[in-house]
Design a protein around this ligand. Structure first.
Ligand SMILES: C[S@@+](CC[C@H](N)C(=O)[O-])C[C@H]1O[C@@H](n2cnc3c(N)ncnc32)[C@H](O)[C@@H]1O
Length: 194
C-alpha cells in the first residue's frame, strides 16, 4: 500500500505535493527480521483484530509526516479497528480521517463512539460482569438499538477466539478471558485497553 502511495506521489505533476525533504519509508523498507514494535503504537481502538494494521502505523506516520502539504482527508478503507485513521486523527497527521467499513456490526461501534454515545458504551464495558452466562445472554439477542449492537460487537470481539467475530466462532473459556492476546487486565473484565 505504501509503495502504491509512493508511486502515486511520484507521478503527480504538482511539485508542491511531493518532493519530501527526507526519503519516504515504504513497504520496501520493512525488514522482515526486524518486526515493528506494535507495543509502541498507542492502542486507540477498542477492537482487537485478526489482520490488524498496527504494524503499519509507523510507516504511515512517517509517510504522512514527510508530506510538505498538510493532508486534508485520510481515508482508511477496510477500517475494522481503524488504527490507521485513529492514529492520523489523534496525532494531527491529517485534518480529517474517514473510516470506511462494510460490516454493519463493526460500523455500529464507530457510529456509536463517534456519534456521542462513547460514555454509554464505556460504562457498559466497565460495568459488565464477564461471566459465561452474561456473555451468552447478550450475544443471543438481536440488539434493538445501534449502541446495544455496538456493545454486543465489542463483547463478541473480546470473547470469541482470536477476536474472530463471525457467528459460530468458538468462545474463549471463561478462565481465559483475562489471558487472551491483547488483554492487559488480569481481572478478566472487558476494559482491556485504555
Ligand atoms: C482485517 S480488518 C481491518 C483491520 C484494521 N485495519 C485494523 O488495523 O484494525 C478488515 C475490515 O475490512 C472490512 N471490509 C471488508 N471488505 C470491505 C469493503 N469492500 N469495504 C469496506 N470495508 C470492508 C471488514 O468488514 C473488516 O472489518
Amino acid at each position: 500500500m505504501l509503495q502504491f502511495a509512493h508511486d502515486l506521489d511520484q507521478k503527480s505533476e504538482l511539485l508542491e505535493l511531493h518532493e519530501p525533504t527526507v526519503a519516504y519509508r515504504t513497504a520496501d523498507d520493512v525488514e522482515m527480521n526486524k518486526p515493528v514494535k506494535v507495543a509502541s503504537v498507542p492502542q486507540r481502538s477498542p477492537f482487537r483484530y485478526p489482520g490488524g494494521k498496527t504494524w503499519l502505523v509507523p510507516y504511515i506516520r512517517s509517510w504522512l509526516a514527510d508530506k510538505t502539504n498538510s493532508v486534508g482527508v485520510l481515508v482508511e478503507p477496510y477500517a475494522g479497528g481503524g488504527i490507521v485513521g485513529l492514529t492520523a486523527a489523534f496525532e494531527g497527521l491529517a485534518e480529517h480521517a474517514v473510516l470506511v467499513e462494510r460490516d454493519p456490526n463493526v460500523a455500529a461501534v464507530w457510529l456509536t463512539i463517534l456519534g456521542g454515545q462513547t460514555k454509554w458504551l464505556a460504562d457498559q464495558i466497565l460495568n459488565f460482569e464477564l461471566t459465561h452466562a452474561n456473555v451468552t445472554a447478550v450475544l443471543r439477542i438481536e440488539p434493538s438499538t445501534q449502541r446495544e449492537r455496538a456493545f454486543a460487537v465489542i463483547l463478541r470481539n473480546r470473547v470469541q477466539r482470536g477476536g474472530i467475530m463471525a457467528d459460530g466462532a468458538g468462545l474463549v473459556k471463561t478462565g481465559e478471558y483475562g489471558r487472551e492476546p491483547g488483554s492487559r487486565n488480569p481481572e478478566a473484565t472487558l476494559a482491556f485497553r485504555q
